[in-house]
Design a protein around this ligand. Structure first.
Ligand SMILES: [Zn+2]
Length: 175
């Protein structure tokens, strides 16, 4: 039975507990790796500069701690260096092997979403941001990206080091 290695486990431990539960269940049936969990300021701004994220720190979904997003992919596809930003309309430019590898991301995402659904956890996937199960309306593809869709009542906390008591400013003054 597949299980996460040390690096994937460490990365997953920086993610929201619901993402941990989903991926820990997924890996039992579908060998996969965790590419990234929480992203600090430097890592987020690097991802932005390299075009791997559309958002600057602290606005990315990987920036909260624990992270509300996780990047995960089938184990062997990652080893083959597939570009997971490839859009469906550009897939025709790939060779047969490249296309087969790209399709693995869609297959994997269906498993992740399906398992999450059965666990009662709503997941938003970077290959279908608007969740309409149609993939040609994407302006930015991030096929390894999964994030939890928190219920409205859940407050997303910033980094613990930056916590501020309600009603005070960061310098401690009462507002
Ligand atoms: Zn991501």
């Amino acid at each position: 039975m597949p299980a996460f290695g040390r690096t994937s486990t460490a990365r997953l431990s920086t993610c929201h507990v619901l993402l941990q539960r989903v991926l820990q269940r997924v890996v039992l049936d579908y060998d996969c790796v965790i590419i990234e969990g929480h992203r600090g300021e430097q890592a987020q701004n690097r991802a932005f500069a390299e075009g791997n994220s559309k958002l600057k720190f602290p606005n990315g979904n990987h920036n909260a701690y624990p992270s509300n997003a996780v990047d995960a992919a089938p184990y062997d596809v990652v080893l083959k260096g597939v570009n997971w930003k490839t859009k469906v309309l550009d897939a025709g430019k790939l060779d047969k092997e490249g296309l087969a590898n790209l399709m693995r991301f869609y297959h994997f995402a269906g498993v992740v979403k399906g398992i999450a659904l059965l666990m009662g956890i709503k997941i938003r996937w970077g290959g279908d941001w608007d969740g309409d199960n149609y993939f040609n309306d994407q302006t930015f593809n991030d096929l390894v990206h999964f994030e939890i869709v928190p219920p409205k009542s859940v407050v997303i906390l910033p980094d613990p080091g930056k916590l501020v008591a309600p009603g005070t400013t960061s310098t401690g003054e009462i507002q």
